[in-house]
Design a binder for this molecule. Sequence first.
Ligand SMILES: NC(=O)c1ccc[n+]([C@@H]2O[C@H](COP(=O)([O-])OP(=O)(O)OC[C@H]3O[C@@H](n4cnc5c(N)ncnc54)[C@H](O)[C@@H]3O)[C@@H](O)[C@H]2O)c1
Length: 504
Amino acid sequence: MALDVNRSDLVVGVVGTGAMGRGIAQVTAQGGMKAVMFDAAAGGAEKAKVAILETLKGLAAKGRLTDEDVAKTGANLAVADKLEDLKSCHVIVEAVFENLEVKQKLFGELEAAVSPETILASNTSSIRIASIARSLKHRERVCGMHYFNPVPLMKLVEVIRAADTAQWVTDAMVALGKRQTRVPVVVGDTPGFLVNLGGTAIGTEGLRIMQEGRATPSQIDAVMRDSCGFRMGPFELMDLTGIDVNFPARKIIYEGFFHDRRMTPSPYHESLYAAGRLGRKTGGGWYGYDAKGAKVDPGADHLPSVVPAARVVVMDTHNEKLVGLVLAAGAQALAADDGKSPILVAPIGKDCTTTVVERGLDPRRTVAVDLTGDVAKRLTIMTAPGADDLVRDAAAAILARSGAKVTLIKDSPGFVAQRMCAMIANLGCEMAMIGIASAADVDTAMTLGLNYPRGPLALADWLGVRDCHEILVQLQAITGDDRYRPSQWLRRRAQLGLSATTIE
Ligand SMILES: NC(=O)c1ccc[n+]([C@@H]2O[C@H](COP(=O)([O-])OP(=O)(O)OC[C@H]3O[C@@H](n4cnc5c(N)ncnc54)[C@H](O)[C@@H]3O)[C@@H](O)[C@H]2O)c1
């Protein structure tokens, strides 16, 4: 069986015309297909049609659409008074309330109303597609079609193939997504699908670093923005999406993967949830917000008020970035310890304590510097417990001369940037390995769905695949936590010196 999605008379039913259904109907109609909308609430679908037309007229007023586009799209929008009126649809996309019983009942009613060839897709964000399909006669035509909010602006759509979904259905929905000018990725029917699963790494690792008292939310966010090029750090993102949304989502995914420690939620996250500090919407979450809704950021910059050291011992002399920073600041870089100058090291995955012990350095004078990412913007430093603050600041003052901001954190294996990026990369590699999606689609989805500067596998390449693997090996050794075990996908590519995106 096959459905020619490119046929000119293709009709797509949209059931549930709230925030998501409206967007789905809009991109369907704009793609030149007929979108028939149905909502259980009286007048709901009609209201949605009016709202879509308003949106289109707004776009025309801004010159983004012509009046002809608006008229054509408008003519593709239709309203159904009852479910049975969707009988002639080739595809039906459901976007009703996120409730399994509601969806199961609706799919049962749809099956009774439409032909066995009609594709039935759900836009659920968290319910297993197979569980929606399980009591139907023709489960092979059921799949997920997971759009992102707001649909017209978010190009990604995850096509979810459940246990019984037929290949022709997946193929047809990929083609339909393209006709709707989306970028479809094919994803397994697993908890969080692709983007919501992949997105757990940044949140849970940020929380872990904060929970360990290594860095503050403000510091972690600043490092992710300035050093790693992320539009937002994990804490500002949690505040934006709402703790009432992201904490339960974290729990569902953790439970769904049977307590895989890579996905462990944080009790600190739960504390905010329990307190009703839900982020921007309640005027406070990880950050406070002023009366105008602007974030009150305690700041992430360490401003040393001491004179920069004239000499520093650069233990990692092969590290051109590190030596360059010292020389550019007009300081002398010593290759051997003179017994009094600050000692700079640039560990990969290790904390400062482990580094000084292993290398026999003076823990009071050793400053570890993270050179991950954009060193012109921000550098992260840390010292071992008991370090001399004045020596540390004399070294920090040298680094600050480059114009980069300096963030001082507590001793942490992998600082912030290495640790966060390695964890995002590792989960992406694992997702590719266990077949949640292809390696290319993991990267595509994470960049489009979450606005990441690069996908997780590309992030491993950006860190250096061997360094990325080493960061995780060290994190696992130092913390003793299975959470940091490297994905075999990553390990093999690190061993062979290959890009993390290399497919098997
Ligand atoms: N909002 C998001 O950011 C987002 C993103 C991706 C996926 N989703 C998923 O999309 C679905 C819809 O979310 P939403 O935010 O648009 O919800 P919403 O509350 O804005 O809209 C749901 C609509 O469904 C209608 N409805 C409820 N039961 C119905 C039924 N049995 N038959 C017909 N209509 C019915 C309601 O009247 C309402 O208009 C949910 O499954 C949600 O998880 C939401």
